[in-house]
Write a protein that binds this ligand. Structure first.
Ligand SMILES: C[S@@+](CC[C@H](N)C(=O)[O-])C[C@H]1O[C@@H](n2cnc3c(N)ncnc32)[C@H](O)[C@@H]1O
Length: 239
């Protein structure tokens, strides 16, 4: 049998929010590869997948440094690619687990690009995104009728952020941890602050729901934090 690479979305946190397909693929894995940041002891995606990984399955955690220049892959990425390709050469079923959905702002997107040239089959199993889980957690609709919904990495440049905040009906702001105070100022400026809510670690231990963003204070914002905003809403956030 030829080696095969799966990109499996494990959802945002709750270990019951994986698809049946994701669980089946994880259970049949020879090797589970999990992306890890330099700061963390254990990969979040791995903790979520853990209950479904067989004892005999090898687990490899790999650190993928942030890609500053998306054209130029660093030595660490080259090493990681080599490790994955070697496993595929050994005809292994390699399952790369990723938070939320693998096709949305995920390390797997770059991994699949790097591995594609070696000709091994690559299959993607979708996952529940962070913002889908947050909308449901709060009974707060993301969009309805003719609403537009804009998914924004809050790290984009200021001008673009202004443009989106002033035009889109509803927004999902990901990666808000870096410039949280600036985002709050902008939500105030566009009179969106009262319809904005931030959820940190949705479905995970330590989950927090912050509806009063104006008065959140200056404590550090966790990486796993997302803000959802609606310009007009009749709905109450249910915490
Ligand atoms: C690199 S993106 C990954 C998005 C992911 N692939 C998805 O489908 O949601 C990382 C961002 O996703 C959001 N995120 C992921 N998991 C989350 C969670 N459990 N609670 C809140 N936000 C989360 C945060 O905004 C975080 O900065």
């Amino acid at each position: 049998m030829k080696g095969i690479l799966y990109g499996v979305g494990v959802g945002p946190g709750d270990p019951e929010l994986l698809t049946i397909k994701a669980v089946k693929v994880i259970k049949k894995a020879d090797v589970v590869v999990a992306p890890k940041t330099e700061k963390k002891d254990i990969s979040s995606a791995l903790s979520i997948a853990k209950p479904y990984i067989k004892k005999s399955t090898e687990i490899i955690e790999l650190t993928f440094p942030m890609l500053l220049n998306k054209e130029k892959i660093s030595a660490a990425w080259e090493d990681n690619k080599r490790i994955i390709v070697n496993l595929l050469r050994q005809e292994k079923r390699v399952v790369f687990v990723t938070l939320g959905d693998p096709m949305l702002y995920s390390t797997f997107i770059y991994v699949q690009r790097l591995v594609a040239e070696y000709g091994y089959p690559i299959k993607v199993i979708p996952g529940i995104t962070s913002f889908s889980a947050i909308g449901s957690r709060l009974n707060y609709p993301l969009a309805e009728g003719s609403d537009t919904l804009c998914i924004v990495p809050a790290t984009i440049d200021e001008k673009k952020l202004d443009e989106l905040l002033s035009t889109s009906n509803n927004l999902v702001l990901l990666k808000v941890y870096k410039n949280f105070n600036k985002i709050v100022k902008k939500l105030n400026k566009y009179q969106l602050i009262n319809n904005a809510v931030m959820v940190t670690k949705c479905g995970l231990e330590g989950e927090r729901i912050i509806t009063d963003l104006k008065n959140k204070g200056s404590e550090e914002v966790n990486y796993l934090s997302t803000i959802i905003v609606r310009r007009y809403t009749k709905d109450k956030i249910i915490t």
